[in-house]
Design a protein around this ligand. Structure first.
Ligand SMILES: [Zn+2]
Length: 63
């Protein structure tokens, strides 16, 4: 089974240490795209600091 890949950073979901072990985070950009735990944390921080989220058009893997 292939672990899902985070479209935001290209890493494994939920992380590179335990790929596929459990679901990742839902991106706050659309509340449906699955991203890795680290990116989920980054989006939370981006929201916290008021700069907005990195739009999907700037993600590593284009959808
Ligand atoms: Zn990621």
């Amino acid at each position: 089974m292939t672990a899902p890949i985070c479209p935001r950073c290209g890493g494994a979901i939920p992380n590179d240490a335990t790929p596929g072990a459990y679901p990742g985070a839902l991106s706050r950009t659309d509340n449906e795209t699955e991203i890795c735990s680290e990116c989920g944390t980054r989006e939370a921080l981006e929201q916290f600091f008021g700069d907005g989220f990195m739009p999907q058009s700037e993600w590593l893997v284009k959808s």
